[in-house]
Design a protein around this ligand. Structure first.
Ligand SMILES: Cc1ncc(COP(=O)(O)O)c(C=O)c1O
Length: 414
């Protein structure tokens, strides 16, 4: 009986519907453009040494900038909470899902950042969609850097506000766009990544803050890649550049090595989001164990500032080793505002096939650096997005730089 049901299900799924036919055609186009994506299976944890499809290699493409994803202490915190109360939160926060671990993490994050209040979301994607959709509507205007993360772009589309796409990091263009809409009655929100996820450069937040204040607009900063990395205490772009945006989003799945995200801002902003952010209101609250893990990771960030120093040393070491071989990295020195290079060090290679080829050559030498292709990055700017972590050993970084030289030479020959 069970076997018959399984066979019937397979038969149904095996029928080629008009939908499958249409999708197959699309997939063929993606393959032909060298843009087809496949997942690689990671086993044995998410530290620096990983097993990718069964092969051991060094990971140089994770966002685990401080080496906390595989740290046993957040894992132990998660285990304690899961053992005591189970894994699931059971419901959205407004129903019965808001656990004391969620509240404790929100309070710890607010205190760490010196911001009035924090609201947890299940992911950065959900936070950006929920916030922008809640704050803007028809008749409002969003001013967005052209290299903003996809979730900020989609949040803007969902909001139905007019969308002004501003050239990358062009402060004068932002100011001009604000000036040109000065008479509008709708709300105006300027939104930017703090650290741009695929280029690693930093937005000129002081200038953007001044422009929004001058023109009665609001500023929203997504600091997913700066949080816990930049600033004397790890408070991110906000601390490095001494700004206080109206809306601040950061994620817990990158430098904190956990999962989820949060928004920080005024009491009023957070109360408003609790009423109106649909991706928060209508979504199951994250597992309390993950909140406990993130809170433990935050404690480690505060207690072990040497991790950030090690990360900075590793970034400098990598840049020096690669530059010595005549390889030009994408992040210009000038982009490291206030002398702060970021852990995202792109090597732009142009054609997707070339980026894939160099990534494969590195993999064969035991280095895992995924190729990033359009539409994640603009056309003809496929790249290796090399990321550094505090957990990398200096010898591993030197070895990557040498392997990169060999991979580039090998790919040119083939
Ligand atoms: C700048 C930025 N914002 C938001 C996100 C989405 O965060 P999450 O992975 O938590 O959905 C990412 C990437 O993951 C990102 O790079």
């Amino acid at each position: 009986m069970v076997a018959n049901l399984a066979a019937a299900a397979r038969g149904q799924a095996g029928q080629h519907s008009w939908l499958d036919t249409a999708l197959e055609q699309e997939l063929e186009k993606i393959r032909a453009a060298d843009l087809y994506r496949v997942r690689r299976v990671i086993c044995g944890g998410h530290g620096v040494t990983v097993h990718v499809d069964g092969r051991e290699c060094l990971n140089f493409c994770s966002n685990d900038y401080l080496g906390l994803a595989a740290d046993p202490r957040p894992a132990a915190a998660a285990q304690r909470v899961a053992a005591a109360g189970g894994v699931g939160s059971g419901a959205a926060a407004l129903i019965s899902g808001y656990d004391h671990e969620h509240r404790a993490l929100e309070e710890a994050l607010a205190e760490f950042l010196g911001r009035p209040r924090v609201l947890l979301f299940t992911s950065g994607w959900a936070a950006n969609l929920g916030v922008i959709r809640a704050l803007l509507d028809r008749g409002d205007t969003l001013f967005a850097d052209e290299l903003n993360h996809a979730s900020l772009i989609d949040g803007g589309r969902l909001s139905r506000a007019a969308y002004q796409r501003i050239p990358h990091c062009d402060v004068a263009a932002f100011a001009a766009a604000l000036q040109a809409t000065a008479g509008s009655t709708g709300r105006r929100l300027l939104v930017t990544d703090g650290v741009f996820s695929m280029d690693g450069d930093i937005a000129d937040l002081p200038a953007l803050q001044a422009a929004t204040q001058q023109h009665d607009a609001a500023l929203m900063v997504d600091d997913a890649h700066g949080f816990c990395v930049l600033g004397a205490h790890g408070r991110g772009s906000l601390e490095l550049l001494d700004v206080a945006p109206d809306v601040h989003v950061a994620t817990l799945g990158k430098a904190l090595g956990a999962a989820g995200a949060f928004v920080s801002g005024s009491e009023t902003l957070i109360e408003y989001l609790i009423q109106r952010a649909r991706s928060w209101v209508f979504s199951t609250a994250p597992p309390p164990a993950i909140a406990a893990a993130a809170r433990e990771a935050l404690r480690i960030v505060v207690a072990e500032p040497e991790r950030r120093q090690r990360l900075r040393d590793n970034i400098q070491r990598f840049r020096a080793a690669v530059t010595a071989q005549g390889i030009a990295l994408g992040q210009p020195e000038a982009a490291g505002l206030r002398g702060a290079p970021t852990p995202i060090q792109p090597l732009v290679l142009g054609a997707s096939a070339r980026a894939m080829g160099v990534s494969k050559a590195l993999f064969q030498q035991g280095f895992w650096v995924a190729a990033i292709r359009p539409p994640t990055v603009p056309a003809d700017t496929a790249r290796l997005r090399i990321t550094l972590s505090a957990a990398h050993e200096p010898a591993q970084i030197d070895a990557l730089a040498e392997a990169l030289g060999r991979a580039l030479a090998q790919y040119h020959r083939s």
